[in-house]
Write a protein that binds this ligand. Sequence first.
Ligand code: SF4
Length: 214
Amino acid sequence: MGEPKCQYYDHRSKRVVFMPHCLLNCNAKYPGSADTEGVYLDLFQPIADRDIGIEQMPCLEIMGWGGVDRPLVLYKLDPEKKDADWIQSYPNLCQQEAMKVVDQIEDYINCGIEVAGVIYVSDSPTCGLTDTLAFPDVHYQIMSMDIIPEKLFDYEYKRNHIWPYLKSDGKGAFMYPMYKEICRRRLPVPFIPFKPSNPRRIEIERILGALGLN
Ligand code: SF4
């Protein structure tokens, strides 16, 4: 970090926040996990109203698990083949994409633009930070629960009968390397959790408070 590279004589607010892909687009969520039709408007509207720009981070699960419906996890996961190529390469993919986002954050800061926060999804094996579900172990655990297939895609069933029983002893495959690199580069960026299983109003109030918007 040093002096900003450039001065802007325009209308930008010089504040941005980095958001997980699926909070701006719930259609990207893991099958059976979407709790909103499209955009978390109750989170984004107050941020937009306060003139903060929103950067949407990539969805690594779509990139690394075969697409929107995660076919690799849902149909190809085999506990007897834990060394499958796509499983082995997922942490590297996440690491590479995490470094790209950190570069982008650093570029903003070097240009005099404040990165007000990075929001993470605190129960995701990918966009969680610590104490989160672990990939691929969480999927082996779900397989061992012998759930009838259609219930795997049922939001209310998952919320009540699956998620509360999953182990949360992992680090997010994408978010944790990002956090470590932000710390290593000493970039002044707070990481702010969003926990989908908590009441949404409470989560949003807490995030807006952390961004100084309450
Ligand atoms: S990987 Fe991240 S962005 Fe994609 S659905 Fe999971 S939490 Fe959302």
